[in-house]
Design a protein around this ligand. Sequence first.
Ligand code: SAM
Ligand code: ZN
Length: 399
Amino acid sequence: MMEWLKEIVEGSTRLLVPEVSLTSSVPPKQPAFYNPAARVSRDISIVAYNAFISRMMERSFADALAGIGARALRVAVEVKSMDEVYINDVNPIAIEIAKKASSLNKVENICRFSIDTAYRFLVEHSARGLRFGIVDIDPFGTPAPYVDCALRAIVDGGMLSMTATDTPILHGIYPRIALRRYHGRSMRCEYANEIGLRLLLGMLSMVASRLEMGIEPLFVQSTRHYMRVYARINVGSSRADEMPSRLGYAYHCNSCANRFIACMDECREVCDVCDSARLTKAGPLWIDRMMDEGFVDWMNRIIDDATTTTYALNLDRQTVNIVRIAREESMLGEEALYYTVDEVTSMLKVRPPSTASILDALRSNGFKASRTCLSFRGFRTDANIKEICSIIRALTIDG
Ligand SMILES: C[S@@+](CC[C@H](N)C(=O)[O-])C[C@H]1O[C@@H](n2cnc3c(N)ncnc32)[C@H](O)[C@@H]1O
Ligand SMILES: [Zn+2]
């Protein structure tokens, strides 16, 4: 029976996965879905949930679209002191596989399985006393249809994590779809993943405020194939009232490549660096911080503990890198809208220096600067584009 399954270990959890998903370039949705390439996303979840749950009374986790349970089973095994893990999927075969794997890991006592649509599963947990500490939404494509019922199924102060894999839409390739899904204009640019994450958070905050809730973004992550956000959810009209002031627009100057954000009621007609009126505007979107410095610090401590002796998390190197860079970035104050080395140097027609040397030069000129976990060749700074260009030009002449 089910001889097409193969046992693998991800993190420190034994998983049963369709063998074909390990070799095909696009993992098949049937008979059940498992994506080996999403390992880093799941690793980061383990770090984030360990950081979050340690301060929570309600220690329950719900994966409303769990597939074969890769993330949820890892939570049951690898997140310390989790009381209950709910594993739901509309596909009965996926749930049968998850059940078998829960016994392999000896966590069946804390796992609760169900076969249902994510909507019904979440709505049935929307009453006080039945809500979860953490809800994860990991659909094929956009999470937008699930946001209302996910928010209703979370305790006050709990967490919502969600994935969007409709990246071409969030990256500005289909702006009309972005407008209807995320209630904001997208933008094609070098830092389109930051715009996408801010659209995703913007939509989440709009839905939350409609339901008398507020959000506090804790961590964000993105690759070419997906974007993920982690946010604390606070119930109450005063928290909801704060939301509109966190929304605004991102502007990109098509003359000098300057970029900046502005509040909703601040109308910007010209670039404040070069006076050009050739501005492209994205939003409404989230303009406040996307990461919480204290939370990112806590995630780093979880990794420190896991790499010493306390307990072992078998994390991918890339996971550790992302979380380390996020600390640097969140300590900076996370200046909105990053730049990339290649974008600026191709504009200047000079050979790209190393990112590290650009950061050093910015800092020694009195500016704040850090790498960003959103782009390998990206950096954040409070220097404007004119200042960045002159620093990079000097660097390439000296070098
Ligand atoms: C991307 S996969 C989930 C992967 C999983 N969270 C992980 O980390 O490995 C999406 C899952 O959503 C399920 N699904 C699709 N539509 C659904 C719905 N309306 N309600 C519940 N599950 C659904 C699919 O069967 C599939 O298993
Ligand atoms: Zn300009």
